[in-house]
Design a protein around this ligand. Structure first.
Ligand SMILES: Nc1ncnc2c1ncn2[C@@H]1O[C@H](COP(=O)(O)OP(=O)(O)OP(=O)(O)O)[C@@H](O)[C@H]1O
Length: 142
C-alpha cells in the first residue's frame, strides 16, 4: 500500500512538473515573440525617422562588403564587422536618448543638451573605432 502511494506521488508529481514546465515554456516563447516584435518596431521607427541611422546602415553594408572581398585576416574581418554593428547600436541608443529627452521637454536645458551630446559622442567614438579597425586592416595588406 505504501509503495502504491509513493508511486502515485511520483507520477502525479512528474505530471504536475510537466504541466508547469509547459506553462513556463509557453510564457517564455510569448515573451520572446513580444521582444522580437518590439525590437523590430524600434529598428523600423529608427530607420524611417533617422537619416543618420540609414546612412550608417549603408556605410556598414559597403564596409562589410569590402572587408569580405579584400584578403584580410579573419581577426581583422571580425573586428570590422563587429565594430560596424556597434556603431549601429550606438546610433540606436542615440536615437532613444534624443526621443526620450524631446518627449520630456523640447525647451533648451543644459542637462538635456549634455545628454544628447554624450549620446552623440558615443556614436562618434564607435565610428572612430571602426575607422581604426580599417586602418589596421589596410596596413596589414602591405
Ligand atoms: N533641449 C535641448 N537643450 C539643450 N541643447 C539641446 C537640446 N536639444 C538639442 N540640443 C543641442 O543640439 C544638439 C543636436 O540636437 P539633436 O540631437 O536633437 O539634433 P539632431 O539634428 O536631431 O541630431 P542627430 O543628427 O543625431 O539626429 C545636441 O547634441 C545638443 O547639443
Amino acid at each position: 500500500m505504501g509503495g502504491f502511494f509513493i508511486a502515485c506521488h511520483t507520477v502525479f508529481g512528474f505530471l504536475f512538473d510537466l504541466l508547469n514546465y509547459r506553462g513556463r515554456m509557453r510564457k517564455l516563447v510569448t515573451h520572446l515573440k513580444d521582444r522580437i516584435r518590439w525590437s523590430w518596431q524600434g529598428l523600423a521607427a529608427t530607420w524611417h525617422g533617422e537619416y543618420s541611422f540609414r546612412a550608417w546602415v549603408c556605410a556598414n553594408l559597403v564596409s562589410a562588403g569590402l572587408a569580405l572581398w579584400l584578403p584580410l585576416s579573419d581577426g581583422v574581418r571580425a573586428l570590422i564587422l563587429v565594430i560596424g554593428l556597434l556603431v549601429l547600436v550606438a546610433e540606436l541608443f542615440n536615437t532613444a536618448i534624443e526621443r526620450a529627452v524631446d518627449h520630456t521637454s523640447t525647451e533648451h536645458n543644459l542637462l538635456a543638451g549634455q545628454a544628447k551630446d554624450a549620446a552623440s559622442a558615443a556614436v562618434a567614438l564607435s565610428a572612430l573605432a571602426g575607422g581604426l579597425a580599417w586602418v589596421i586592416g589596410l596596413l596589414s595588406l602591405f
